[in-house]
Design a binder for this molecule. Structure first.
Ligand SMILES: C=CC1=C(C)c2cc3[nH]c(cc4nc(cc5[nH]c(cc1n2)c(C)c5CCC(=O)O)C(CCC(=O)O)=C4C)c(C)c3C=C
Ligand SMILES: [Fe+2]
Length: 499
């Protein structure tokens, strides 16, 4: 398949369909099987799997996402690709407001993203006015959060530091690559990074989203943007590249997470009595159930792998996984972090260690939501001692493993796999932008917008033409409100002027 500048081979996906058990003691967990490199629909416990089933083995198993993306040539190169060609690594991340003034425009960029709010085709023209409206309404609450963590997001600083450490690690491993940072919603924007990549004359590029697990709303959104930039640019069309869509299963990452957990557990009086509480950023349920987002399956596998690593170290604590940071009225992945904390308190748990699992930097949701809000809730709910594992940041084992992931992907840069099998046997699950998005989000179905203004309901059950007409009328009023700064909300003093 050739989509614009990108040749791709089919992408498999993982599925486990397991319901995550609350407080499942590790001793009774059964070992999980995962399906490597076959489509979700083909994923079953029987054979019929050309590559065979594989018990979770981070260093061997190909795991969920994998395809080779290439531009021009036909064979996998066996050389390390560090000859004359200039190599670049592009780290993709979310970005965050650096000052309180940045908060509203940052939120605007976020809500203007169709992978965050996907409007029905008929109403796409409303995306920007709606983003303007929601960002303006949400900004005061968000600003409070950012004010409480020092007046802005630390994401840029941390990501820059990670990029520099990754560059050093690659050079130490004899891969003289340049490392770039491209943010989705704030500076340095992905477009800015790409301009720099062009100025530097990079000929081979490894694209590495800084999210361990793939979600349509994070890596997917960044990759979609990248794909559109590539498609329209002569230079980029001819630049060879490869994408590492997710890497939560890598041994180095798993070990680095286990190290952090082990270290924090030691701070408790009775480490073995502590419940390990994995808290992942949520996504609306429809992303997983309707659009096929692999996020939940990958998250569950990731937690399993970390617990298996801890078990090897004779750490067999109880653990659970819950999802935090939901926005708006639609259903998000469950169980919710806040409800789970209350539940654990009710069940008599006294020691809790929170482990942020979906992101590798400290950010507003670790520093404010977990450290302040959830801690307070936990203490109120009967938890006596609360701990929190720091984000990986520039942890040397982790950075070194990211460097290895980049190096392992190099033979696939600009090379068409001889066969899918070859791609599947790579230690890095490689993928292509369009291919990955096609695998998980092929129809770009409508998704319920996960935002507050819809509280009164554009639910599936309300999707009748009458409902739609009423919604449209309200939206038109809101747009008028936003664009003219006049209207009923202003007259009633609910909104200030937007101008
Ligand atoms: C894997 C991580 C993330 C997923 C999945 C994700 C999905 C997602 N997020 C929103 C809405 C908001 N996210 C916001 C901030 C934010 N989100 C992530 C990560 C994921 N989001 C991070 C790391 C951050 C913090 C950045 C920082 O500045 O430190 C915000 C803004 C903050 C706020 O107002 O609460 C919003 C809004 C949705 C709707 C969504 C899935 C559809
Ligand atoms: Fe988010």
């Amino acid at each position: 398949m050739n989509i614009g500048a990108i040749n791709v081979t089919p992408t498999p996906s993982a599925s486990r369909n397991s319901k995550f058990p609350l407080l499942l003691p590790q001793a009774v967990r059964t070992s999980q099987r995962i399906c490597c490199f076959s489509n979700l629909s083909k994923c079953n416990n029987n054979s019929n799997n050309p590559l065979g089933w594989s018990k979770l083995q981070p260093s061997k198993c190909m795991l969920p996402l994998g395809a080779v993306v290439t531009s021009k040539s036909q064979n996998v190169s066996t050389s390390p690709l560090i000859g004359d060609e200039k190599i670049g690594v592009l780290l993709l991340n979310l970005g965050g407001p650096e000052t309180l003034e940045d908060v509203q425009p940052f939120l605007f960029n976020l809500f203007a993203d169709p992978d965050i709010i996907r409007l029905p085709r008929l109403f796409r023209f409303l995306q920007k006015p709606l983003a303007k409206f929601i960002s303006t309404v949400r900004a005061p609450k968000s600003k409070e959060g950012y004010a409480s963590i020092g007046g802005g997001s630390p994401l840029r600083q941390i990501t820059d530091a990670q990029a520099e450490e990754l560059r050093k690690s690659l050079w130490e491993k004899n891969v003289p690559a340049k490392v770039y940072v491209g943010m989705r919603y704030w500076h340095p924007f992905t477009e800015e990074a790409i301009e720099q990549i062009k100025r530097d004359g990079i000929r081979k590029l490894v694209v590495l989203p800084l999210y361990p697990q793939f979600s349509i709303s994070t890596s997917g959104s960044s990759l979609r943007l990248l794909e559109s930039i590539f498609r329209e640019d002569e230079y980029l069309v001819n630049m060879q590249h490869t994408v590492i869509p997710s890497w939560y299963q890598r041994e180095g990452y798993i070990k680095a997470m286990a190290d952090l957990i082990e270290k924090e557990l030691e701070k408790f009086d009775c480490p073995e009595k502590v419940v390990i509480f994995f808290s992942a950023h949520g996504v609306p349920l429809a992303y997983v159930e309707e659009a096929g987002d692999p996020y939940k399956a990958e998250m569950e596998e990731c937690v399993d792998l970390i617990m298996e690593e801890l078990e090897k170290r004779k750490i067999t604590n109880s653990f659970t996984l819950a999802y935090q940071s939901r926005v708006g009225p639609v259903e998000w992945l469950k169980p919710y972090t806040d409800e789970t904390i209350i539940d654990l308190g009710r069940k008599g748990v006294k020691n809790l260690l929170a482990v942020p699992i979906s992101f590798v930097s400290e950010h507003i949701e670790t520093l404010e939501e977990i450290d302040v809000e959830y801690k307070e809730l936990a203490l109120k709910s009967g938890i006596e001692k609360w701990g929190r594992v720091p984000a990986l940041g520039c942890e040397p084992t982790f950075i070194s493993d990211l460097a290895d992931a980049v190096i392992e992907s190099l033979p696939y840069v600009g090379a068409m796999a001889v066969s899918n099998l070859e791609a599947r046997q790579s230690l890095v699950p490689l993928g292509s932008v369009e291919e990955l998005l096609a695998a998980y989000d092929s129809k770009r179905r409508e998704l319920p917008p996960p935002v507050v203004v819809w509280e009164w309901g554009w639910t599936r059950s309300a999707e009748t033409w009458n409902g739609r007409a009423a919604m449209l009328a309200v939206l038109v009023l809101l747009v008028l409100e936003v664009t003219t700064g006049e209207g009923f909300l202003h007259q009633w003093g609910i909104l200030p002027l937007f101008r």
